[in-house]
Design a protein around this ligand. Structure first.
Ligand SMILES: Nc1nc2c(c(=O)[nH]1)N[C@H]1C(S)=C(S)[C@@H](COP(=O)(O)O)O[C@H]1N2
Ligand SMILES: [Mo]
Length: 217
């Protein structure tokens, strides 16, 4: 008997090659600019991403909320800050241990907006114009899900998704949308960019994308 689990494992390498192909293309050449030995790989699904700074960056919180909000970078910095030191784990296998991330706990922004009773999930959009992500409301309210403007105790650079990216510590790094521009409360999960391509929506490290499958016989 070959269970569904085995099928999941068999499918995983194909998906991984999909993400690696994006990295290999490296249309921006930024891979060479990133600090050597940092362990990170640069990922973007588009060839070029506009740069946003202190003056031009805005983050919108909207959808099924009582009060829509728009934040500047200064306003995000002025909110209560959380610093987490966790491992970064890409679904393709590379990992960067003990990486500091700093910013605002996502639930703080959700509470400020006031999620309406019919709100069930969050959709994240990016100013690259292409990438998207999702979380259930329950996942989004975890204390280890941050809207970050600092990484490795430095301001978040453009290549890593600055000025502001999401950091979903317990999940594979594809959940951590770079160049975050919009947080929308929705009534159901809308699968994100890689999830449309077959990656798991619930991307728990070590327990998703074929890693948690057991033969069923
Ligand atoms: N906007 C956007 N966010 C993204 C991605 C992307 O292509 N575009 N790639 C994801 C994936 S698969 C990974 S592993 C990390 C890579 O982050 P890094 O470029 O800072 O190493 O960003 C995630 N967030
Ligand atoms: Mo990734």
């Amino acid at each position: 008997m070959i269970g569904l689990g085995a099928a999941g494992i068999a499918a995983a390498p194909v998906l991984q090659r999909g993400v690696e192909a994006v990295a290999a293309k490296d249309p921006t050449g930024l891979t060479d600019v990133l600090p050597a030995g940092g362990g990170f790989r640069y990922y973007s699904v588009v060839a070029s991403v506009p740069r946003k700074n202190e003056e031009t960056y805005r983050l919108t919180v909207d959808g099924l909320v009582e009060n829509k909000a728009t934040y500047t970078l200064g306003e995000i910095r002025a909110l209560p800050q959380t610093r987490l030191v966790r491992d970064v784990q890409c679904v393709t296998g590379w990992r960067v241990p003990d990486t500091p991330f700093q910013g605002v706990v996502l639930s703080t922004l959700l509470d400020a907006a006031g999620v309406r009773p019919e709100g069930r999930a969050i959709r994240f959009e990016c100013f690259d114009g292409a990438y998207s992500e999702s979380l259930t409301l329950e996942q989004a309210r975890r204390k280890d899900v941050l809207v970050c403007h600092r990484m490795q105790d430095k301001e978040l650079g453009h290549a890593h998704g600055g000025p502001v990216r999401l950091y979903v510590a317990p999940m594979y790094f594809y959940k951590s949308a770079k160049w975050l521009s919009r947080i929308t409360v929705t009534d159901k999960v809308i699968p994100g960019y890689w999830e449309e391509a077959g990656y798991d929506v619930d991307a728990w490290v070590g327990r998703s994308n074929g890693r948690d499958d057991e033969p069923t016989d």
